[in-house]
Design a protein around this ligand. Structure first.
Ligand SMILES: Nc1nc2c(ncn2[C@@H]2O[C@H](COP(=O)(O)OP(=O)(O)OP(=O)(O)O)[C@@H](O)[C@H]2O)c(=O)[nH]1
Ligand SMILES: [Mg+2]
Length: 425
């Protein structure tokens, strides 16, 4: 749609204007004109001040724009007033994000999540119209018009309930899948970060470097919100095996209806053992984007999960700085990925525990497991079986729970046991 982009620069800035322009373009709008007003607070009725509104109207007429996008978030009554005064389609930043998500959603779940967010976003506008109509008719006998508005609201409410039910059913089946993954005992590493930072490219590059050809690549494109679902892949690198998840990217002030609707998609991030925050190092606004990511993670209550910063697109950026838990890579060319994989391997393998196992001599299965996943520190033979002191990675603990009686030993005891071993030798 051909639009004029109009925004208020408030004390509390909603995103930045450049980012909003990016959103308008991502929703396939053509920006014919731009206008910004500085104001402490929005005008309660018309959002912009009187003079600016006249200016905006003139630009719309001059450029023959079909619509006006407001770079901020506006109330239902401001929306109605602006529509009447400007005589064109009016939508705000949240509508624009919903439009993008609407076009990008491919899977059934993503489509339903976007539909739910859109319905919930539009419902207050429908209610406002209904109330406004009721006020105008002075609450007398309900006319045809008012009945129609009531029917509209009812339609919204019924549809919301249906979509919520379908999503609940889908969530139940994805919970079973997730349970299976969790019971695999593997560490979950989640890619997170601003949209278009290169999360999906990084996932594909890690799969490529680990030669997991059977694992499907994920979709990559130079556009905002290319990914709207969560994909999880199993990656093996040296002694380590872990799960990597790629999910929807963040943008400032994501509409809360979208955050709610995408909650289950974002659960992989919320349940991760480690978050890799991908940052587009070539983007001058990357520091703002990092703040957005931190805020979003906080909203998801995922801000206490360990996080490494992955500075991506280093092929297109100039500076390079070395900081702890920071990595400098090019997901596209593969540069720096081996260092990242090595660090992950280190993190996973150093997480060891010591188990004391009592095993029957006949239990061949247990011995196979011990040789495959553990390192024997001490072994003592008794009449009915063996007592084995074994070191293994924490993620393998579950394998032994179901097969043999075990007892977890502290690190100090491990040292005792090593001494004991040395004496035995
Ligand atoms: N120059 C350069 N471009 C890259 C690099 N990594 C990714 N890109 C490009 O950046 C764009 C976005 O990449 P994606 O992997 O789709 O980004 P994303 O973070 O998954 O984006 P969303 O799914 O939209 O949130 C694509 O055009 C990639 O080719 C890199 O290391 N260098
Ligand atoms: Mg992506």
């Amino acid at each position: 749609m051909k639009i004029v982009l109009a925004g208020l620069e408030l004390e509390k800035v909603h995103g930045n204007f450049e980012e909003t322009k990016g959103l308008a373009l991502a929703a396939n709008h053509e920006i014919l004109g731009e206008i910004i007003q500085k104001r402490r607070t929005p005008h309660p009725a018309t959002f912009f001040g009187e003079g600016k509104l006249q200016e905006l109207k003139a630009i719309i007429q001059e450029t023959k724009a079909e619509g006006c996008m407001i770079a901020n978030e506006i109330t239902p009554s401001q929306m109605r007033t602006l529509k009447e005064m400007l005589g064109v389609i009016v939508f705000d930043r949240n509508d624009c994000i919903l439009q993008i998500f609407g076009v990008r959603a491919k899977t059934k779940q993503a489509k339903l999540q976007v539909e739910l967010a859109t319905l919930k976003h539009e419902l207050p506008f429908v209610i406002h119209t209904e109330q406004n109509f009721s006020r105008m008719s002075g609450g007398k006998n309900k006319g045809e018009g008012e009945k129609q508005y009531q029917l509209d609201r009812r339609k919204y409410e019924i549809r919301i309930q249906r979509v919520e039910k379908q999503l609940r059913e889908m969530k139940a089946s994805s919970a079973t899948r997730k349970k299976k993954r969790t019971s695999s005992g593997l560490k979950m590493i989640a890619l997170a970060g601003y949209t278009n930072a290169g999360k999906s490219t990084l996932m594909n590059q890690m799969l490529k470097q680990c030669q997991k050809k059977e694992e499907k690549e994920v979709f990559v494109k130079d556009m905002l919100f290319a990914t709207l679902d969560t994909s999880v892949r199993r990656i093996s690198y040296k002694e380590s095996e872990f799960l990597l998840s790629d999910t929807v990217g963040f943008v400032s002030d994501l509409p809360h209806e979208l955050m709610d609707a995408f909650h289950s998609t974002l659960e992989e991030v919320m349940n991760a053992d480690l978050i890799l925050q991908v940052v587009d190092e070539s983007d001058p606004d990357r520091f703002d984007h990092m703040k957005v990511t931190s805020l979003t993670l906080k909203k998801l209550e995922a801000d206490n999960i360990p996080m490494w910063i992955i500075h991506n697109k280093c092929d297109a950026a100039e500076f390079r700085k070395n900081e702890k838990d920071h990595f400098y890579i090019s997901a596209q060319s593969g540069k720096g990925i081996d260092e990242l994989l090595e660090a992950i391997n280190q993190m996973i393998t150093k997480d060891t525990i010591v188990l004391k196992l009592n095993i029957d001599y006949e239990d061949q299965n247990a011995m196979k497991l011990i040789y495959r996943y553990g390192k024997i520190l001490h072994q003592q033979e008794f009449e009915n079986g063996m007592e084995i002191l074994m070191e293994t990675n924490r993620m393998n603990e579950f394998r032994f729970k179901s097969y043999v009686k075990y007892e977890k030993i502290s690190q100090e005891k491990k040292t005792d046991c090593e001494n004991m071993n040395e004496q035995n030798v």
